[in-house]
Design a protein around this ligand. Structure first.
Ligand SMILES: [Zn+2]
Length: 267
């Protein structure tokens, strides 16, 4: 019997044969890579400035199952960067609209909209069954809760953030002995709920688009790694995107042996 957490992998049957040709012709993807993407289940946390373009590229890549977690509703001020929403959808739930967007885009994909706030108490349950979590939410407390749940479940995490003209995208596998988790990177100081900054600081919409699209690409890199694909998953690498320069720098996050999320003392 089919695992209900996994996509039905009906993608190839439901689609015209040319839909993913541009992927399959790439030696880094090919038929095996595309089949891996069609089997994959990605949980997206936050359908905002990062989550919207990330969702579009993940759906475009034929990711077979997408869990869409967001408790927020569309606001008019979201529209300059949250690319899946339209003006007449202001006031509606983002998770539900994201699911509708995917359905209209490609009937071969499955979605599970989750219209509740993800917290330390429910995160492990909400991401269950995912092969990867892409977190583009807007606050540290949620990011840390998601990271801890990913470590506990052994699920890779691509964490992305953006503000003004700066973006960050990191790939974490804190469940592995030598790899950092997101908490190793930011420490424990941000568990409080009041660290949101992006609303006050402003953000260029295209900057969120660059960051979200790059986060989707890093997620695809992780999902393809078992079949060769685009090379190493780049665990513990944090890429810093600068929109003003413009340019990108990469740093390596060290695993913190004392980390509350992934350290040796975590039980
Ligand atoms: Zn850690």
């Amino acid at each position: 019997m089919r695992d209900p957490e996994k996509p039905a992998n009906k993608h190839f049957m439901a689609l015209p044969p040319d839909r993913l040709d541009r992927h399959i012709v790439l030696p880094e993807i090919g038929g095996a890579g595309q089949a891996a993407l069609a089997r994959a289940h990605v949980a997206l946390v936050g359908l905002g400035g990062i989550g919207s373009p990330a969702l579009q590229y993940l759906a475009g890549a034929g990711i077979g199952m997408l869990t869409l977690i967001d408790d927020d509703r569309v606001d008019a001020g979201n529209l300059q960067r949250q690319t899946i929403y339209k003006a007449d959808e202001v006031g509606h739930l983002k998770a539900e609209l994201g699911s509708v967007w995917v359905r209209e885009f490609d009937l071969g994909l499955e979605t599970r909209p989750v219209e509740c706030r993800i917290t330390a108490g429910n995160a492990a349950r909400l991401i269950r069954g995912a092969d990867l979590v892409l977190d583009g939410c807007d606050n540290f407390a949620t990011r840390l809760a998601v990271s801890d749940a990913c470590v506990a479940r052994g699920i890779p995490l691509v964490s992305a953030a953006v503000g003004r003209f700066q973006g960050q995208v990191g790939a974490f596998a804190g469940h592995l002995p030598d790899q950092a988790c997101y908490r190793c990177f930011v420490g424990d100081a941000f568990d409080a709920d009041d660290c949101d900054t992006c609303a006050e600081d402003g953000m260029l919409g295209a900057m969120a688009g660059w960051t979200g699209a790059f986060a989707a690409m890093q997620a695809i890199r992780v999902l393809l790694a078992p079949v060769g694909g685009m090379g190493e998953p780049q665990w513990s690498k944090l890429h810093l995107l600068d929109g003003l320069e413009p340019g990108m720098r990469t740093m390596t996050i060290a695993k913190d042996p004392e980390c509350r999320g992934c350290g040796a003392d975590v039980s």
